[in-house]
Design a protein around this ligand. Structure first.
Ligand code: ADP
Length: 186
């Protein structure tokens, strides 16, 4: 499904984020930036060792204590089709009372800000925090889509924002929330 928000396309797709041919894909990193499972594992596996090398450099120069939750950094895409990878850390779900929604929103917003700062116009997100970090899919979809909508209404240099959902059921959840927030798709 696809919507037009201001001048930008917002699309919901099912698939593997590492197949995306865009300016930047977003990684569900952890604060160590040293790789992990889920999306993180898939990106480093397919992107090759240069991404990890760049992550190590970022750790030692910019974030010696680790990347805080909600922040974002950028590396090249290595052998991926995507030109760059934006690494962000989503919040671990603790039941909803630990500022999770604000931190998840920060992860999306800071990733988009960084993309714009680097002149990147087409970006693909996975569903941040809904794997290992345990965030309920419905709540995550509401925050993810609401944050992107608000961002696209304010800034007009982004051309395309894709959400790449891993399973059919995750895609359906995002679609339901998107219809509620944006109305009928194009
Ligand atoms: P987190 O640690 O932020 O929870 P995960 O990478 O464990 O991140 O999972 C985030 C979401 O991405 C989950 O909903 C998971 O099903 C999905 N996912 C896992 N691998 C991929 C992939 N290769 N492409 C797209 N989505 C993926």
């Amino acid at each position: 499904m696809e919507w037009l928000i201001d001048k930008a396309k917002l699309r919901l797709l099912q698939g593997d984020i590492t197949d995306q041919y865009v300016d930047a894909i977003v990684n569900t990193a952890n604060s160590s930036l040293m790789g992990g499972g889920g999306v993180d594992g898939a990106i480093h596996r397919r992107g090759g060792p240069t991404i990890l090398r760049e992550c190590k450099r970022i750790r030692s120069y910019d974030w010696p204590e680790g990347l805080p939750t909600g922040k974002a950094v950028i590396t090249s895409g290595g052998r991926l089709k995507a030109r760059s990878v934006i690494h962000t850390v989503g919040p671990v779900w603790h039941g909803g009372g630990k500022d999770e929604a604000r931190l998840l929103s920060d992860a999306y917003r800071n990733s988009l800000e960084l993309a714009i700062k680097k002149g990147l116009k087409r970006i693909s997100f996975p569903s941040i925090s809904t794997g290992t970090y345990g965030y309920p899919m419905i709540d995550a979809a509401r925050t993810a889509l609401g944050t992107v909508k608000e961002f696209l209404e304010k800034k007009d240099s982004m051309e395309e924002v894709n959400f790449v959902l891993f399973t059919e059921s995750d895609l359906r959840t995002y679609e339901e929330i998107a219809i509620a927030l944006f109305g009928k798709p194009r």
